[in-house]
Design a protein around this ligand. Structure first.
Ligand code: IPE
Ligand code: IPE
Ligand code: MG
Length: 246
């Protein structure tokens, strides 16, 4: 019998199913997003209890701009409410806030608030909560590659050979929005869909993928414990062999 994996260090969660949760109750989609925010509050406490140090939360994708203006505005307004009312809690509980995504397209108030929370929580170490807002993995990789390219163009003025060398993984990773977070060990998607929807494609190269039909606002401690139990039982080989296969 192979040994169980320890708890994951970094869990990614695609917060999906808010709209269907609301529709099932005859509520507006924005009510679903509100309930999603409440589920998130509960989950952060569970992560602190479990001492899992990194969590990445997919809150708004680069593709979500296709949604009706009204829904997008409701999301920004809920996000403002979330960050302004949670700062004290983050400080009390030692949560460090990190953000991934192009924040320049967000309403100025939201951007300012997120940057303020990041700054005020930067010395916290109990849990890093990476909020992925206006995030798309393909854009992230293109932006990172462009930054490396600019540096190489500068370098080419001094050393053409070095400038033409293959880009290393660590060189690119330093430019990703998620830097310095470690790779994702466990990716959880509530809401019944079985796809990544442009979330952490690079960082999830060897993540275990866990899908559940439970809608995000209903996702609770029991769902999380089931996902972790499943994760612990997965044979993680990273392309090698397990000792029992030698
Ligand atoms: C995810 O829930 C939240 C965001 C994309 C902001 P959805 O709004 O996608 O919920 P469903 O998938 O329509 O149920
Ligand atoms: C993924 O959910 C994005 C977020 C949860 C922020 P979507 O509902 O946007 O994804 P698709 O459209 O089902 O792939
Ligand atoms: Mg959805």
């Amino acid at each position: 019998m192979s040994e169980e994996n320890p708890n994951p260090r970094h869990v990614g969660i695609i917060l999906d199913g808010n709209g269907r949760w609301a529709r099932a109750r005859g509520l507006k989609r924005s009510e679903g997003h509100k309930a999603g925010g409440e589920a998130l509050d509960r989950l952060l406490d569970q992560f602190l209890d479990l001492r899992i140090p990194y969590i990445s939360l997919y809150a708004f994708s680069t593709e979500n701009w296709k949604r009706p203006k009204m829904e997008i505005q409701a999301i920004w307004s809920l996000m403002r409410e979330f960050f302004s009312s949670r700062l004290e809690r983050c400080l009390e509980k030692g949560i460090r806030v990190h953000a991934s995504g192009d924040l320049s397209r967000l309403p100025a108030v939201n951007r300012k608030l997120i940057l303020e929370v990041i700054e005020k929580t930067e010395h916290n170490r109990n849990l890093t909560a990476n909020f992925c807002v206006n995030y798309g993995s393909q854009d992230e990789i293109l932006i990172a590659a462009t930054k490396v390219l600019h540096r190489r163009l500068d370098l080419a003025k001094k050393d053409k050979k070095k400038a033409a060398a293959l880009i290393s993984k660590s060189e690119l990773e330093k430019e990703l929005f998620t830097y310095p977070l470690p790779p994702v060990d466990l990716m959880v998607r509530p809401g019944g869909e079985q796809r990544l929807s442009n979330f952490l494609l690079w960082q999830s190269a060897y993540a275990e993928l866990y899908f559940t039909d439970t809608l995000w606002p209903d996702f609770n401690k029991r769902n999380l414990m089931t996902a972790l139990k499943w994760f612990k039982s997965r044979p993680r080989k990273f392309g090698g062999l397990l000792e029992s296969q030698d």
